[in-house]
Design a protein around this ligand. Structure first.
Ligand code: NAD
Length: 327
């Protein structure tokens, strides 16, 4: 394909979990891709045509990477982690300052560079805590975001940045697409070290345990969540980018499970029986599930792959990683 005909994409956060998968996905679609991150992907070599190591809090770097009117920009870079990182309160200032600075830079310089479209990854963490107190009946429909009351500073920053991109859309015609991701998981995601999320942490604990042993679960394990496999997240992003809908829209699964059920599912996959030991830990809201009415209406698409299929692929990958470390 001639260079001039080839579509161009910039992926900010291309060294992260979703960003590194997104680079592969865009390359398969035929894009010329530039990735930017503080680091290279942790688990495999990037497939980006150009990969710049740099700090997106730096306005000079942001101007440098936006050297052409990209067809698509994906802003995924954020200071984030699982419950062990965002709910302890210890990282609040960094989370808010680092992520907001990145978004302030990318909205402003993106707009000046004449980019054609920008995707921003918001989060289910923006939804009000008061609608998520009942484990069996959480409310996360898009319009329920206000009156705002996220349960973490991470959620507040995401809400601020949604509004920031929407303001650039209204005042400067920046063509934005905003998704609220709900717990994305899969191979090549963080699986140890404190920033990992529930599916990876549970797969690791099951993989590490001897059969008939025990595994630790934070809280009583009756808190509910839904989890979306990475392949379907990428499909959702594509549908949103190809649509005329600005969002914000949920990209998540509606298959809600308790954390205890998630642990049992991982045990079935591993063919192990473990007893659950419930210990105190950072928990987040009591219940959360994606509400997919709006995405279905606007994009005529919803995720459909059962949780167990994605969990089996993730378990198998984590088990391999573990074996590699031990050998
Ligand atoms: P991740 O932590 O794996 O990726 C984020 C990347 O941003 C990291 O590689 C990190 O190095 C990079 N980054 C952070 N600060 C930077 C800086 N100053 N300059 C350059 N790069 C920087 O996270 P992820 O799971 O891939 O999530 C991607 C996006 O989706 C994030 O914005 C996150 O908030 C959002 N999100 C993710 C989930 C999920 O379940 N994974 C859920 C909701 C929202």
């Amino acid at each position: 394909m001639e260079q001039s005909m080839q579509k161009t994409a910039l992926v900010c956060g291309a060294g992260g979990f979703i960003g590194s998968h997104l680079v592969n996905y865009l390359k398969n679609l035929g894009f010329w891709v530039r990735g930017v991150d503080l680091k290279y992907p942790d688990f495999s070599k990037t497939t980006a045509d150009d990969f710049i190591i740099g700090d997106l809090r730096d306005p000079i770097l942001c101007q440098k990477i936006l050297d052409r009117p990209f067809d698509e920009v994906y802003q995924l870079a954020a200071d984030m982690g699982g419950a062990g990182y965002i709910f302890t309160g210890e990282h609040d200032a960094d989370v808010m300052h680092n992520s907001a600075t990145i978004n302030l830079n990318m909205s402003y310089y993106g707009s000046k560079a004449g980019i054609k479209k920008i995707f921003y990854s918001s989060s289910a963490c923006i939804y009000p805590a008061y609608n998520q107190e009942d484990a069996n009946n959480p409310k996360c429909s898009e319009e329920s975001a206000y009156p705002a009351a996220p349960d973490s500073e991470y959620g507040w920053e995401k809400l601020f940045s949604e509004r920031l991109y929407l303001s650039f859309n209204r005042n400067y015609g920046l063509n934005v697409r905003i998704a609220r991701f709900h717990n994305i998981f899969g191979p090549e995601g963080t699986w140890k070290g404190g920033k990992e999320k529930a599916p990876a942490a549970i797969c690791r604990k099951v993989a590490e345990a001897e059969n008939n042993g025990e595994m630790e679960i934070w809280g009583d394990g009756e808190q509910t969540r839904s989890f979306l496999f990475i392949d379907e997240c990428l499909e959702g992003i594509r549908h949103l980018m190809d649509s005329e809908f600005t969002g914000p829209v949920n990209i998540g699964s509606e298959e809600m499970v308790t954390i205890n059920q998630l642990a049992l599912m991982a045990m079935e996959i591993a063919n192990k029986k473990l007893s659950l030991k419930h210990i105190p830990g950072p928990l987040g809201v009591r219940g959360r599930n994606s509400d997919n009415k709006l995405i279905k209406e606007k994009l005529n698409w919803t995720p459909s792959v059962p949780l167990k299929i994605g969990l089996a692929k993730t378990y198998s990958w984590i088990n391999q990683q573990r074996a590699k470390l031990e050998s």
